[in-house]
Design a protein around this ligand. Sequence first.
Ligand SMILES: Nc1nc2c(c(=O)[nH]1)N[C@H]1C(S)=C(S)[C@@H](COP(=O)(O)OP(=O)(O)OC[C@H]3O[C@@H](n4cnc5c(=O)[nH]c(N)nc54)[C@H](O)[C@@H]3O)O[C@H]1N2
Ligand SMILES: Nc1nc2c(c(=O)[nH]1)N[C@H]1C(S)=C(S)[C@@H](COP(=O)(O)OP(=O)(O)OC[C@H]3O[C@@H](n4cnc5c(=O)[nH]c(N)nc54)[C@H](O)[C@@H]3O)O[C@H]1N2
Ligand SMILES: [Mo]
Length: 752
Amino acid sequence: MRYQTATQWGVYYVEVEDGRLRTVHGHPLDPQPSALGQALVDGVQHRLRIQRPAVRRGWLNQRDPGKRGDKRGDDTFVEVPWDEATQMAAAELRRVIDEHGNTSIFGGSYGWASAGRFHHAQSQLHRFINLLGGCVRAMNSYSTAAAQVILPHVVAPWSQVELQQPSWQELATHCQLVVAFGGLPLRNTQVAYGGITEHQSGPGLRMAVDSGVQFVNVSPVRGDLPAWAGGEWLACRPGTDVALMLGIAYVLAAEDLADVHFLRSHCVGYEQFRAYLTGQSDGVAKTPQWAQQICGVAAAEIESLARRMAAQRTFVTAAWSLQRAQHGEQPYWMVVTLAAMLGQVGLPGAGFGFGYGAEGFVGSPWRRFHWANLSKGRNPTGFAIPVARIADLLLNPGDTIRYNGEEITLPEIHLIYWAGGNPFHHHQDLNRLVRAWRKPDTVIVNEPWWTPTAQWADIVFPATTALERRDICASSHDPYAFLMEQALPPQHEARSDHEIFKRLAAALGVEKEFTEGRSEEQWLAHMWQASAAQAQRAGFELPAYDEFVREGMYKIPDLDERPVWLGNFRQDPAAHPLPTPSGRIELFSDRIAGFDYADCPGHPVWLEPRERLGGAGNGQFPLHLLTPQPEKRLHSQLDHSRHSQDSKVEGKEVMLMHPQAAAQRGIEEGSIVRIHNSRGACLAAVRLDGDMLEDVVVLPTGAWFNPAQPGAADSLELNGNPNVLTLDVGTSSLAQGPSANTCLVQVELYEG
Ligand SMILES: Nc1nc2c(c(=O)[nH]1)N[C@H]1C(S)=C(S)[C@@H](COP(=O)(O)OP(=O)(O)OC[C@H]3O[C@@H](n4cnc5c(=O)[nH]c(N)nc54)[C@H](O)[C@@H]3O)O[C@H]1N2
Ligand SMILES: Nc1nc2c(c(=O)[nH]1)N[C@H]1C(S)=C(S)[C@@H](COP(=O)(O)OP(=O)(O)OC[C@H]3O[C@@H](n4cnc5c(=O)[nH]c(N)nc54)[C@H](O)[C@@H]3O)O[C@H]1N2
Ligand SMILES: [Mo]
C-alpha cells in the first residue's frame, strides 16, 4: 500500500508491505525532493524504538527525591505497563507541584519533533501542563534567538523579517550583487520548520545566477556557496564578520558613498555610529586595515567590495549561524546598518534579509497564511527563561540573569518534562549540561527512540512517529495543507503524545479539559474549521474537512502581487513608520543604550569574543571549530538510519580539516582524531578539504551523545557530538541566545 506523508524536510509517498515500510519516494509536486526522506526506510521501524514505558532503576529504588538524579544517564531501565507508568508519572507531577509549586517544573521542551500541526509534541505538553497550573517555559529559539531580540529594536519583528523579505524571484529580477555572510549552503534548505512541499531554494538560486546576479560568499568555508553559482569567496575568520562589515562601512563613509539623505530621512543614530566608525568616540578608526587584522580579509578586498556594493543594486544577507555566537546580535545589526548606508532599503531586490541558505521556505514567493494551532491555553506561572539558559537554570537557582531590559531570577527546578526535543543534541557544553541535568528529582520524556535524552530520563513514554497517526502538515510559509496519512499501526506499545497526556490528564482529574471531549480525528476536523474561519477573514475559502481528506492536499490561492518589503516605508516613512520606538531604522537605539549593557551597547560595535582565531584563547587552542547543520539528517533525528550512518567512518561523524593543518599533526584522510578543549573531548573521522581557512575545522551537529563514561566530569565522547566542546554562554545580556559557533579547539591523532 502507498501512503502520503509529510516531514520537516518534504513530502513523500511511502510503500508499506506486510506491515513493513519498504520504500520512500519524493512526492511529484516537489521539484527537488530531499534525499533525507530515505532515512525513514529503516529509521522508523528500528530496533532502537522504545517498545514499552520504562522507568530507571535508580529512580525507582531511591526514596530521597534529592538523590534520585545521581546515576541518571548511567543506569538501566525496567519496563512497566502503561497504567503503572502513567500513575507513577502523575503521582510525581502531583507531589512536585504540591511540595514546590509549578515554577519547579521545567517544561520548555524545545525541539523540532515532527511536522504535524495537531501531534505537535511541545504543544500537547503545554496544553496538558497548563491545566495543572503551568510550568517554567522557554523563550525564543536556538535557531535565531539573537535575531529575534535585536531586530525588533532596530527595524521590525523577526516574524515580519523572515516572511516578508525579498523572494528569489525578486532578487533574480532586480538585484545585481548579493553579499552573503555565511554563504548560501543549500544543504540546509532541505529543511523547513513545520514542513515544506515544494523545495524552491535550489531553483531560486539557479534563477538568480542565470539572470546575472553576482554573489560574494563571505565565509571561512568556500563550499557555503555552490560552485555552480560562480561567486567570489572572501575567507573571513569565524566570528569576525562585524569587523569586516565595519571596514566596509568605513570605506562607504570615507569615500562619500553612504546615502546621507536616506540616513537622515529613514534612520536615527547615524551620527553616533559614525563617531564610533571614525574613531572619534573610542580612538580607533575602523579602517579596512584595522578590519584586516581581525578578520583576515585583505584591506584592498574590503575596499573594492565596498565600492562595488555602493555602485550596484545590492542585497546584504547573513546566515543564521552568525548570530549563533557570542555577541551574535552585532552582525545582524551591522547588516541592517550596511544596507541603510547603501540607501537601497525598500527598493526591489535590495536592502537586507537573512537565512536564504538556512531553511527551504526563506525566499519563497508564497502568500503567508496562519493556519490554526492547537490551543495551549495560558501558562498560569507566566514564567519563561531564554531557551539556551537551561543549564544556568538547573545549576544556579536564585541567580538573576539579565535579558532584554528585564531581570529574571531563576527558580529551583525539581522536575523536567520533555517531549519532542533532544537537549543532548541541541545544548552547548554537554558536560556542563550533564551536571545540571542530574540535579532535578525527576525527568520525564516522551520519545519514539532510545535517544540520549530518553537514556538520560527517569520515566520514558514511547511515542508514535508521524507515520503511525493521522495529521495535517500546514505551515505559515508554505502554500499547501497536506494530509499526513497513517501508514503503520503504532509500533510496539507506542502511543501518540496526545494519548500520553490524555492518560496523564485522566489520572490527574483534568481529562475533560484536556480533550474537550474530542477524539484525535475530531480535533483534526476542529482545527480545520478554525483555519477555515481564518481563511475567510483572509478572503478565501477552504474546502470542507472531508473533502480535504479525500483530496489529500489543498493549495491556498496565490496573491496577485507580492509587495516589496519596506517599500511603503521607503516611499513615505511618516505615513508607514516601522514598529521601532522612532518609527525609523535605529542605528543607535536609545532603548538598548538605556539597558546599559557592556556586551550590547547602543549602536553596533565590534566586541572581542571569549574565543577566536587571532584573539583570546588562541594560544592554547589553535583551531576554530564550526558546528553547522548536518547534510544527512535533521539535527539528531534518525541518526541511527542507514542514510545518516553511511556518511560516517567507523560510526564516527566526519570532521572537515585543511590538509595543511592535518599534515602538521600527522593526520590523514580517514584518520580518527580526538578534538578537545577545556570543556570536553570527542572523537571524529577526518576528511581533508583545502577549500577552507587553514585554522578552521568543521564538525556538523547531530551525532548522538555517547560518553565513554556517562556522568564522568570530562568523559571522552565517542560518536563526534561537537556540543561537548562548544561554549555555553549567552550571546549577550540582550538576547541570551546560544553561542555555539564561538569555539576554539585542538585536534590530535587518536591512538586509543
Ligand atoms: N553546536 C551547535 N548546536 C546546535 C546548533 C548549532 O548550529 N551548533 N543548532 C541549534 C539549533 S538551530 C536547533 S533548532 C537545535 C535542534 O535541536 P532539537 O530540535 O532538540 O533536535 P532534534 O534532533 O530535531 O530533536 C527532536 C527530537 O524529537 C523526537 N521526535 C520526533 N517526532 C516526535 C514525536 O512525534 N513525539 C515526540 N515526543 N518526539 C518526537 C526525535 O526523535 C528527536 O529526538 O539544535 C541546536 N544546537
Ligand atoms: N540538512 C539540514 N538542514 C537544516 C537543519 C538540519 O539539521 N539539517 N537544521 C535547520 C535549522 S533548525 C536551522 S536553525 C538552520 C540553520 O541555518 P544556519 O544557522 O544558517 O546554518 P549553519 O549550517 O549553522 O551555518 C551556515 C554556514 O555558516 C558558516 N559560518 C559559521 N560561522 C560563521 C561565521 O562566524 N562567519 C561566517 N561568515 N560564516 C560562518 C558555516 O560555514 C556554515 O556552513 O538550518 C536548518 N536546515
Ligand atoms: Mo534551528
